[in-house]
Design a protein around this ligand. Structure first.
Ligand code: PMP
Length: 449
């Protein structure tokens, strides 16, 4: 179908709330038509490097025939099996076992969801079931981190600390509390250890203010994604995990973005040397080919909930949990990762970070941060004062458009932050092109400023 008529139909019928309704209608959708490796093409025949892997999810890259074959074979054989009535299917069982083998420590029990938001919501319910089973139902208060993102369904949206996800809904709920972000570039506290110490003190104070016997769980992203790719000093996550252990508070790692090779290892917690009590994943699990998320429960969390429930069911389940087609895709994607993509991602991640570091000399670049294939460049108009790029002068959509014109898709956050999460299959030339095209975006932004 002609791209113009698609744009018109989209404008009239397809809802894009996160891009702003009327703004989106005015700009019109850009219709993507194909993808191969790290490159996507649009309806006008333009080819672009997808520097954001869709929405930080197409970690394996586009166009893997073996993934298509795995999905087709599963659809042919058995497209669906419910987990209700004690039924199951081979692919989700094998996937759960494969993930348990690769997850940190004793996170050996896997509950499948449809994506990240319902994975987070599931953990909130599991945490509550856990404390009920422990005979401490008053442990019903949750803590998360400012600038954090934990999904947009209502329980998780309350843990999310981005105001747009709260307005009009009375969120966060009264049982949801926040501590400040590490956001090292703009943290008034300077120095890695000082930032860690300040967060430890704040988490302790928050737990004591609420009452340790009331706090159920603490949620953290190993690297904050949607808040602007905010990387804590190494040791920060571990220090927070230790505070939780000290107070008996469950520690939940939200690895929806950082999981599946995004920062180097299969899970970011691995390089932090910690084992959370619960962990959420999605995105890279199926590399975006089909929807799926996974919650990991440690032995003690699983056993406590299971013993507490006894032979009774608990009221939590989705029609499409443990979907066989999604599971078959995830198993094939995992084979691709372990067949070389994780390794390539580690090498390309180092190249990307080195390349972006080379942009620090640019007059508009205030900060470069990231780990592996997850990075950000923060633009400022005054480096000494760290004055943000005024949104009125350089709205995120204009930065996005400039990158698009240069043949690059990246995420432009509202606060003048460019976000990178390229597929792990990128070649050296593609990584170098991402950096070179970014420099042209910066030069053009400077000219217009
Ligand atoms: N948690 C984190 C850390 C995320 O980044 C996201 C999505 N960006 C979610 C949860 C929600 O995932 P989904 O969009 O798949 O519902």
């Amino acid at each position: 179908m002609l791209s113009n008529s698609l744009v018109e139909l989209d404008r009239r019928h397809l809802v894009h709330p996160v891009s702003s309704f009327r703004g989106h209608e005015a700009r019109g959708v850009r219709v993507l038509t194909g993808g191969q490796g790290a490159t996507v093409s649009d309806a006008e025949g333009r080819r672009l490097i997808d520097g954001f892997a869709g929405l930080w999810c197409v970690n394996a890259g586009y166009g893997h025939e073996s993934v298509v074959a795995a999905a087709a074979e599963q659809m042919r054989q058995l497209p669906y099996a419910t987990g209700y009535f004690d039924l199951g299917a081979e692919a989700p069982i094998l996937l759960a076992a494969a993930l348990a083998e690769r997850s940190p420590g004793d996170l050996d029990h896997v509950y499948f969801t449809l994506g990240g938001s319902d994975a987070v919501d599931s953990t909130i319910r599991f945490v509550r079931y856990y404390w009920h089973a422990r005979g401490q139902p008053d442990r019903d208060q949750f803590i998360s981190v400012a600038q954090g993102y934990h999904g947009s369904s209502s329980l998780g949206a309350g843990l999310t600390a981005l105001p747009a996800f709260h307005d009009g809904f009375g969120l966060p709920y009264p049982w949801q509390h926040k501590i400040s972000s590490h956001y090292t570039y703009r943290n008034p506290v300077r120095g890695d250890q000082a930032v860690i110490d300040a967060s430890v003190a704040e988490l302790r104070a928050k737990i004591e203010e609420i009452g340790a016997e009331r706090v159920a769980a603490f949620y953290v992203e190993p690297i904050q994604g949607s808040g602007g790719v905010l990387v804590p000093p190494m040791g920060w996550v571990k220090a927070m995990r230790e505070v939780c252990a000290e107070y008996g508070v469950l520690f939940v790692a939200d690895e929806v973005i950082t999981g599946f090779g995004r920062t180097g290892p299969i899970f970011a917690c691995e390089e932090e040397g910690i084992v959370p009590d619960l962990m959420t994943t999605a995105k890279g699990l199926t590399s975006g080919y089909v929807p799926m998320g996974a919650v990991f429960l440690s032995d003690h969390v699983y056993d406590t909930i299971a013993d507490g429930a006894g032979a009774k069911a608990i009221g939590h389940g989705f029609t499409y949990s443990a979907h066989p087609v999604s599971a078959a895709v995830a198993l094939e994607v995992l084979a691709l990762y372990e067949g070389g993509l994780f390794e390539n991602g580690r090498r390309m991640g180092a190249r990307l970070m080195a390349g972006l570091e080379g942009l620090r000399d640019h007059p508009l670049v205030g900060d470069v941060r990231g780990r592996g294939m997850l990075a950000a460049v923060e633009l400022v108009v005054d480096k000494a004062e760290k004055t943000p790029l005024p949104a009125s002068v350089q709205p995120a959509t204009r930065l996005f458009d400039r990158a698009w014109e240069e043949g690059l898709i990246l995420r432009a956050f509202a606060q003048g932050v460019l976000g990178y999460a390229p597929p792990l299959c990128c070649t050296e030339d593609e990584i170098d092109a991402i950096v070179a095209r970014t420099r042209r975006v910066l030069d053009r932004t400077l000219e217009d400023e």
